[in-house]
Design a protein around this ligand. Structure first.
Ligand code: S3P
Length: 438
């Protein structure tokens, strides 16, 4: 069966209500916290995607049982010291940076060397950003070319607390060090640039010894050794990053309205909404509620009459870090030139996304000026694509694939987009939801 998708027709206007898959960041964190809990944890609406299944396989390799029953997932934690370390364990993080990086924080006390491998995309990504701080706890690492997978981690029985400045705005780095701190006597202090805070919220809900002091530009986090983790029953809300494709699709059409139900709108994740509102898109949060520290709402979006360009303040970057490819499509239809800066981190993702963003827009006939960190997009409110576009060799980056589908459905042309299977990492139901809208 072909693993590419051809789209030749724009989508018709719609007025629909949909639900998208569970939040990936929270799903992976639920698996990891539950693997160390004392007792059985249960999740509803867990994202069943390759990244999350890789997380379940990882804890299985460490001797922790998990089963699926009636659409629910159960993890049988054996307490903080319940991992079974033995010779020759290899854990495959597949495509998931979140799994690989967070898990290393939990392995700081491993009593045997553990090998971590990943797929082609993950093997190109930077793991020095994790091994550097974890080494300071007393952990030893061997990394390919000092920064990549495969790597081997060898934990220490004598961990020392550390002081760590996280200055990339990376929730993965911050969370990995929090996990290291939860295993270490003494107080680990982290000064972290703002980034998504699901790990901290889960620590708070679980009464773990972690204190956050929010400062203007960064958070000061103090974490101590955890004594016990209680089982974590969790109903995972829908993922705003998955929702973003449909929010943008509605924004790029003329007479459409969409409601996406029960989405996690944690303030550290809503950069897309803030940016799109500034560009003139009408978006409302309805039925706002709180669940275990997370904020959840239905998102309602209506097609705008016109789209304004934006000089995007860098303070919105972290909250929209996974959404820039799709935001660039909105800028392509805006009146005027949009500018997005200080986005070097985009090139650290599943593929170099700044480069891919510019490439996709150029294929559509949109002028861009791009460098390692920023992009200028010369919008065209009358944009129509009339040519054949083939998108391939993008390291199977799920967000490149889904962005191209939205571009094809909104702007027309004939698109042949390779590596359809890439959606399985984060959003297996993506194409089924598109069909519902058609
Ligand atoms: C994630 C953090 C972000 C994000 C990724 C998920 C997380 O990565 O891009 O998709 O769940 O912690 P960085 O921490 O590298 O910014």
């Amino acid at each position: 069966m072909s693993n590419s998708l051809t789209i030749k027709k724009k989508i018709k206007d719609f007025n629909k209500k949909i639900s998208v898959d569970g939040d990936k960041s929270i799903s992976i964190r639920w698996v990891l916290f539950s693997s160390l809990a004392s007792g059985v944890s249960k999740a509803k609406n867990l994202l069943i995607s390759e990244d999350v299944l890789a997380s379940i396989n990882a804890i299985k390799k460490l001797g922790i049982k998990s089963v699926f029953k009636n659409n629910e997932c159960y993890i049988y934690g054996k307490g903080l010291e319940g991992y079974k370390y033995k010779k020759n364990i290899t854990i495959n993080s597949q495509n998931s940076g979140t799994l690989g990086r967070l898990l290393l924080g939990l392995l700081v006390n491993s009593s045997y060397p553990i090998k971590l491998i990943g797929d082609k995309s993950l093997s190109k990504r930077d793991f020095k950003r994790i091994s550097d701080p974890l080494c300071k706890f007393g952990v030893k690492f061997k990394l390919k070319e000092k920064k990549n997978l495969p790597l081997t981690i060898m934990g220490s029985p004598n961990l020392k607390p550390i002081k760590y400045y996280e200055n990339k705005g990376s929730a993965q780095c911050k969370s990995s060090v929090i996990f290291g701190g939860l295993r270490t006597n003494g107080t680990t202090i982290i000064n972290a640039k703002k980034s998504r805070n699901h790990t901290e919220l889960l620590c708070k809900y679980l009464n773990l010894p972690l204190i956050v002091r929010r400062k203007k530009k960064y958070d000061e986090i103090k974490v101590k050794k955890a004594k016990k983790i209680k089982p974590l029953n969790y109903k995972i809300p829908s993922d705003i990053s998955s929702s973003s494709f449909f929010i943008v699709l509605t924004a790029l059409l003329n007479n459409s309205k969409l409601t996406i139900k029960n989405v996690n709108i944690n303030p550290s994740r809503i950069g897309l909404i803030i940016i799109l509102k500034r560009m003139g898109i009408k978006i409302k949060f309805k039925n706002i509620k709180y669940y275990k520290g997370e904020k959840i709402a239905d998102i309602e979006v209506v097609s705008p009459k016109s789209i304004k360009s934006i000089n995007c303040p860098s303070k919105f970057n972290s909250g929209a870090i996974d959404e820039f490819l799709i935001i660039f499509l909105v800028a392509a239809k805006a009146k005027g030139v949009s500018y997005f800066k200080n986005l070097g981190e985009l090139n650290q993702k599943e593929s170099p996304r700044l480069k891919w963003g510019a490439y996709i827009l150029n294929q559509m006939g949109i002028k861009t000026v791009v460098n390692e960190k920023s992009i200028k997009i010369y919008g065209n409110p009358k944009l129509k694509v009339n040519k054949k576009i083939i998108i391939k060799n993008f390291l199977k980056d799920h967000r490149v694939f889904m962005t191209c589908i939205i571009a094809a459905l909104s702007f027309g042309g004939e698109w042949i987009i390779h590596d359809k299977d890439s959606i399985k990492t984060s959003f297996p139901n993506f194409l089924k939801i598109i069909q519902k809208l058609n």
